[in-house]
Ligand binder design. Structure first.
Ligand SMILES: Cc1cc2nc3c(=O)[nH]c(=O)nc-3n(C[C@H](O)[C@H](O)[C@H](O)COP(=O)(O)O)c2cc1C
Length: 334
């Protein structure tokens, strides 16, 4: 295989992996087993810190290091109240790559990560913010379209790729995420200038993923059109949409928004507290589905590529299939 390796060269150099295929951090799913399996198979695994305390993250990194023979990253959510302590934990372990998700990096956070010697990867939701992040010194960007599973922005992957890759691909490595289920799509984004890709949904049913069998079964059964974005019901309460498989939990989220909007009305909570309550709701609902297997009431966060997840396979098999498909597509252009 050489064509994808050539096109991924800047990505693999940055990540220290064989393929610039990141398994995007997925709360509750991206823990020691999946992360080490992805990295050991030549991809790049990323621990999802989510709402973990610094002590829990410390233990998770140590456990992942014990299983991983290759580099892996840690994904931190920018609005975590202990962000700087979490950065210190990554530094203590010599984590080489920190991914900052969930909004623009707060003042001092990029500097703190870079001071530890780690590379910083950030999500860029628009071309203007991508430029700003590059000026601030990020080492790489992820652009993620609304086809993705979990929290999403309003723009599709294909449009973000067209807006951002031609303008900035020569500045820093850019990884494209959202809706990628096969290698042919990877080949196309590499040809547009991407240095690699990030997938989440496609890796949920890896054999090494600890997601509950019920959660995996729901993925294996679902088609693209069942992975729907949550709807904001109250204009006063802006909620970041979440893409998930439709179930009773989808309706429960509507009720939750009403409850929180009422608390806003009565002044019981302010906007910041209201939004945090919504985020805590998602974290709890995802745990219920991924860990406890309650696929009716929990949150089945999944991207539209879920229709292309058809069997449980090892992380190594998934990465090999994606790489093979991408390579064949590129060779067919000769
Ligand atoms: C179940 C699930 C949980 C996720 N949790 C997180 C998270 O905690 N932090 C994050 O930055 N992204 C999260 N994501 C997004 C993934 O990291 C990745 O960017 C996304 O899945 C890529 O799009 P795809 O699902 O179409 O492959 C999650 C995605 C899924 C499916």
């Amino acid at each position: 295989m050489s064509k994808i390796n050539d096109l991924m060269a800047r990505g693999t150099e940055l990540l220290g992996s064989d393929y610039a295929i990141l398994c995007g951090a997925m709360s509750w799913v991206s823990e020691r087993h999946l992360v080490s399996a992805i990295s050991n198979a030549g991809g790049f695994g990323v621990i999802a810190c989510g709402a973990m305390t610094p002590d829990l993250l410390d233990a998770e990194i140590a456990a992942t290091k014990a299983l991983a023979t290759r580099n892996f990253g840690v994904n931190l959510i920018t609005m975590h109240p202990q962000l700087f302590e979490l950065i210190d934990v990554c530094a203590k372990h010599g984590v080489a790559h920190v991914v900052l998700a969930g909004g623009l990096p707060p003042k001092g956070s990029l500097e703190a990560i870079k001071a530890s010697g780690a590379k910083v990867i950030c999500f860029a939701p628009t071309l203007a913010l991508a430029k700003k992040l590059i000026r601030s010194g990020v080492d790489a960007l992820v652009i993620e379209g609304m086809e993705a599973g979990g929290h999403i922005g309003p723009v599709s992957t294909s449009v973000l790729a067209q807006e951002i890759l031609p303008a900035l691909a020569d500045k820093v490595p850019i990884f494209v995420a959202g809706g990628i289920g096969r290698g042919e799509a990877i080949a196309a984004y590499l040809e547009m200038g991407a240095s690699g890709v990030q997938l989440g949904t496609r890796f949920v049913c890896a054999i090494e993923s600890i997601a509950h069998p019920n959660f995996k079964k729901a993925f294996l059964r679902a088609s693209a059109r069942e992975a729907i974005a949550s709807v904001q019901i109250d204009p006063r309460l802006p909620v970041i949409p979440v893409r998930a498989l439709r179930n009773a939990g989808t309706e429960a989220f509507t009720a939750k928004q009403r409850e929180v909007a009422n608390k806003l009305d009565t002044g019981e909570v302010d906007m910041m507290a209201a939004q945090l309550e919504i985020e805590h709701y998602w974290a709890g609902a995802l745990r219920r589905a991924v860990i406890d297997g309650d696929v009716e009431n929990g949150s089945l966060m999944a991207g539209q590529s879920v229709g292309m997840v058809s069997q449980e396979e090892s992380a190594a098999e998934i990465i090999a299939t994606l790489a093979q498909q991408a390579e064949s597509a590129l060779r067919a252009r000769d």
